[in-house]
Design a binder for this molecule. Sequence first.
Ligand code: SF4
Length: 370
Amino acid sequence: MVEVAIVECDGYEGIKKRAEEAIKLAGGLKASEKVLIKPNAGSPSSPSKAANTNPYLVAAIVEIIRDHAESVVVGERDGIACSASKCLKKSGIEDAVLRSGAEIRLLDDDPQIDVKIDGKRLKSVKLPKTVVECDTFINIPKLKTNSFSLLTLGIKNLMGLIGREDRARFHRTDLPQLLVDLSRVVRPDLTIIDGVHAMEGQGPVYGNVIDLGLLIAGKDVVATDAVASYVTGVSPEEVDTTRIAAWEGIGTCNMDDIKIIGSEIEAVKKSIKRPLSTLSGMYPNVDVYMGGACKGCYDPLMIIFEGLKLRGELDEMGDIKVIIGKDAPLPDSFGDKTLVIGDCAKEHMDKGLFIKGCPPILDLFKIRLS
Ligand code: SF4
């Protein structure tokens, strides 16, 4: 039996005690020389948005671990849309970590080491020296929905250890397999999922914040992810990374093989609102002409539209046409706001603003619609 701990928390006040309990129930941590803590800090947003791991939790884990370690580093890499430096500042993580006595490390500044992987798709990856050389790796993802991957949990949080260009390449339909391949060489010693304030709906950036009130911790990242799915009303196998990792023997996602320590799992279950994962028919003024397009194109575009909608800017833009994918049907006329997205649609690049790439995620986050 694999053990996963569930600890209830009212909020982030007094989180250190709850985190201590979660770590103890999950089997504790050995004394260590070099500890790397990896939060989810991929969004330049405040803690109230629940898009990143909460800074109080990150600081609490630093305080718990620092007496048992020679060095404690909290690391993050640049995201697709935002530098690690900006995300760590805006999320409040940098301040909290520095106050708690650990070091913040921008992992893109590290020497990058070529690591071989015996994965199904991934045969090698460049990883920061800090990641390769740490002897304890603590993974603290945020529990949130994700229009691309349904949920963002422990395995998905490993994405933050790879470089921006590789990360962009990963955002195609084989993303879950690539992440599982990555998890073969970066195996967390402990995963503590921040589900105190979680995100539902159109995550990973613009979803709704919900009080789930849970820390979920375990040494088997697959089982920990499985429990986090289960408590949110999502079958563990529905999350691609969890299912594939279990198939490949990296961990277990069978709830019958997981022993819950701490709170009773059925008592803390709370179904969350799932993200919609389509672009067609999402926004009344966005007319989508979609051929055989994949998520690599329409998911990042949807995130951009979600941001515009939340800021009240999308409605004011008037009619927008989007041509996306191979063999897309075409509108009768093209207005001044036509977007042609991704290399599959490049034969129509003269019809509007063409965003190149496959996936076009890096260039998409550079555009400003006006
Ligand atoms: S260009 Fe085509 S294959 Fe590439 S991400 Fe877009 S739709 Fe998918």
